[in-house]
Design a binder for this molecule. Structure first.
Ligand code: GLA
Length: 366
């Protein structure tokens, strides 16, 4: 439903900007991560859920100048002009450009391209706006030029563009959830083998996504520092990936240098929490699932040190307002909190939590 509405909106924006109808439109969702944070680049498990109503849509048509890309975004309300030969310039169009270079370089060189993007996914809210932008750019460009790539390969390619063209050493969770996920359904993903399973969440519970108003800036280096610390922990422990280790190895892990011991401990425990969380979902044990979410937040706060005061306070407030569990979700240092709430208590919960903090916003209930 919303996909149709959003692709109509982007087609209208395209027509307004360029005075012609687009040739194709596409839509890709953002995601919320329910459990398993910073485990993906460590070869571990994650439990994201693609979002129903928050995503990025794209409209495209061939251009009027060989090699030239004219791209409009409703977020910035401007048209940027780039050449397909450009290198990264620290502009929003880098994401689009990296994708075009990867799949339709020659076609854009020959015809040029006009693009409009529209988003319902706020940037910096920890809901993977960059991955959705990459996935939708690849999908749209491939379709325009009659090319095909399966959703898993789109996700792998999108991650490699983010790693190599944008320079952000992310894992594959976000691109995979956006490209392969089923909106509104949790996805249990092994980020090493890329095996995954869709897992239903009980009907009488909801996940409430609350933007903290504190915006993360991954590329600024906090994220890359954690990636480097995990590599150093692997070296100290003599493993290829932290996910080669499990709960039985914790004594050994605790003995390596600070803070590498805590970083590795977080990854091992969050991996374990994903496995236990999937089991809890299957048994309809939402009290257990909520507890795992809360434990995961504590581990992000104390061991991985990627939370901020406001998300810490929001998580505790969610619990005191009746949530079964809550945690900061996404890359870290702000973004959004996701809370598990019984549907019968939802209205009262939403009202009271909004009264507790300035500048927070309920972005979705899923
Ligand atoms: C960002 C990255 C993901 C993942 C999360 C943390 O969203 O893009 O690959 O590492 O942070 O779990």
């Amino acid at each position: 439903m919303s996909e149709v509405v959003e692709t109509k909106a982007v087609a209208d924006a395209f027509l307004k900007q360029f005075g012609i109808e687009p040739e194709v439109t596409a839509y890709s969702p953002g995601r919320v991560n329910l459990l398993g944070e910073h485990t993906d680049y460590n070869g571990g498990y994650v439990l994201p859920m693609a979002l129903r109503d928050l995503g990025v849509s794209i409209a495209l048509a061939k251009g009027d100048e060989p090699g030239v890309i004219k791209a409009y975004s409703d977020t910035f309300d401007e048209v940027e002009t780039r050449s397909i030969e450009d290198v990264r310039q620290g502009r929003w169009t880098d994401y689009l450009l990296g994708c075009l270079k990867a799949v339709v370089y020659e076609e854009v060189e020959e015809f040029g391209l006009r693009v409009a993007l529209a988003t319902t996914l706020p940037m910096g809210a920890g809901l993977s706006s960059s991955a959705a932008l990459e996935v939708v750019s690849l999908k749209g460009a491939l379709e325009l030029f009659g090319r095909k790539l399966n959703p898993v390969d789109v996700a792998i390619l999108a991650q490699s563009i983010e790693n190599n063209f944008i320079g952000m050493p992310c894992g594959i969770m976000d691109q995979f959830a956006s490209s392969v996920g089923d909106p509104g359904v949790a996805m249990f993903l092994n980020t090493r083998s890329l095996d995954y399973e869709l897992v239903a969440t009980p009907e009488d519970y909801a996940f409430v996504i609350i933007a903290s108003g504190v915006s993360h800036q991954h590329t600024e280096n906090g994220y890359a520092t954690r990636v480097a610390e995990c590599l150093a922990a692997c070296e100290a422990l003599g493993v290829e990936k932290i996910s080669d280790l499990g709960v039985a190895d914790l004594d050994r892990v605790n003995q390596i240098a600070e803070p590498l011991n805590r970083r590795a401990r977080h990854v091992i425990m969050d991996n374990q929490r994903v496995v236990e969380g999937v089991d809890a979902l299957r048994k309809n044990d939402m009290v257990r699932f909520g507890q795992l979410m809360h434990d995961s937040h504590g581990s992000q706060r104390d061991d991985y040190e990627i939370t901020v005061e406001k998300t810490d306070a929001m998580v505790e407030a969610c619990l005191s307002r009746g949530a079964l569990g809550a945690r900061q979700t996404g890359g870290g240092w702000g973004g959004s909190v996701v809370a598990l709430v019984e549907k019968s208590a939802l209205e009262a919960f939403n009202k009271s939590i909004l009264g507790d903090f300035d500048g927070i916003e309920i972005l979705a209930v899923t």
